[in-house]
Write a protein that binds this ligand. Structure first.
Ligand code: THU
Length: 129
């Protein structure tokens, strides 16, 4: 599974976005070190606060199926520019490793790749407790 393929899966997941309030669709696709894929979209709520981002939807599916070996995550939001994960999602992802590769994409031909450490430097994590 290369970056372009992972981004395409995130774009497919974005189609499932439930975002009637913001109308901002986001999709994410996680690739584990063992080669499994988990996708997710943002899901909004009429009471706003319970809204969950695409990245956390994908991560909840991945972890709740027993997979802690995250390798890469691809994220697509806006159709016009590269989308980056929000602060809450950066922290939630950080739990499973600073070496996670985060692919921030506009589409499969326009993306930037970072480590979680680059997006969330000097972070707090499980080793700090
Ligand atoms: N959103 C995500 O899904 N991921 C992010 O990293 C940033 C924001 C969603 C939440 C909300 O449904 C919409 O985008 C607008 O903020």
């Amino acid at each position: 599974m290369n970056n372009k393929e992972l981004i395409k899966l995130a774009m497919e997941a974005r189609e499932k976005s439930y975002s009637p309030y913001s109308k901002f669709k986001v999709g994410a696709a996680i690739l584990t070190k063992s080669g499994k894929i988990f996708t997710g979209c943002n899901i909004e709520s009429a009471s706003y606060t319970p809204t969950i981002c695409a990245e956390r939807t994908a991560l909840a599916k991945c972890v709740s199926e027993g997979n802690l070996d995250l390798y890469k995550i691809a994220i697509v939001g806006s159709f016009d520019k590269i989308s980056y994960p929000c602060g809450v999602c950066r922290q939630f992802l950080r739990e499973f490793g600073k070496d996670l590769i985060v692919i921030c994409a506009k589409n499969e031909n326009d993306f930037s790749e970072y480590t979680l450490e680059q997006l969330l430097p000097n972070s707090f994590g499980p080793e700090d407790l």
